[in-house]
Write a protein that binds this ligand. Sequence first.
Ligand code: HEC
Ligand code: HEC
Ligand code: HEC
Length: 163
Amino acid sequence: MNGHPFTGGRRFAATALVLAAVLSAGGAAAEVSLVPVPARGRGDACVEPTEVMRRNHMEFILHQRDETVHRGIRTSRHSFVGCIDCHAVKRDDGQLARFDDPEHFCTRCHSFAAVRIDCFECHADRPANQAPAAERSPTTLSQLARAAGLPGLPSVRHAEQLP
Ligand code: HEC
Ligand code: HEC
Ligand code: HEC
């Protein structure tokens, strides 16, 4: 985790957000909830209990990233590609929301919580098989190559891990 830009301020914001979620969940139905409700993911359940994911999703993906990028361990439980596959959001016009669209699963909460992530500069913001070829990210290409039995792209280091 060294060098990862977690800030005390954002932690506080997250705690407040979660607290607000708990309060509004337990409160009267008439109460107006300020917490965005992102579109429901595909399937019956997330990779961890929903409450845990709401609070700790960043720790799972950042940990997964370190396992893969530093130690070459590729498990699929907390894979980033998996998050994007299950959490693709279709807009009214039938297109999948991009990360700069307020309906995008990750952006829906992040714009509210004033969180900015750079992940989608490199990672696909839509499932691999639905992104136009010209927009395929290095990870998408890697994923497609591996699915075809090829070795995939050599791993590029994360920007914050460069010396
Ligand atoms: C197999 C499909 C699947 C995968 C893979 C998956 N999710 Fe989920 N996720 C879901 C579903 C379904 C829900 C809603 C569960 C519920 O309503 O209790 C959910 C809920 C969530 C929530 C809470 C949303 C809310 O309503 O507050 C977050 C945050 C989340 N997922 C993030 C992630 C991240 C990050 C990853 C990758 C590490 C991931 N998910 C992988 C299906 C998935
Ligand atoms: C239920 C609302 C919600 C959803 C959905 C959500 N996030 Fe978050 N995310 C947050 C909040 C709130 C924070 C700030 C938490 C903190 O800093 O402690 C955060 C922080 C993060 C961070 C750490 C940012 C930093 O610089 O500290 C990452 C990485 C992240 N989210 C990735 C994702 C990804 C990828 C998705 C979509 C797959 C996603 N999140 C979906 C609410 C959400
Ligand atoms: C500068 C480009 C770049 C940025 C920015 C970036 N990544 Fe990556 N990431 C990569 C590359 C390249 C790999 C290795 C791909 C592979 O070999 O599958 C990778 C691998 C990963 C993996 C392991 C593979 C997987 O699908 O689970 C995770 C998790 C991950 N990154 C999460 C993140 C998160 C979260 C962010 C934002 C906080 C982020 N990355 C930002 C380029 C980037």
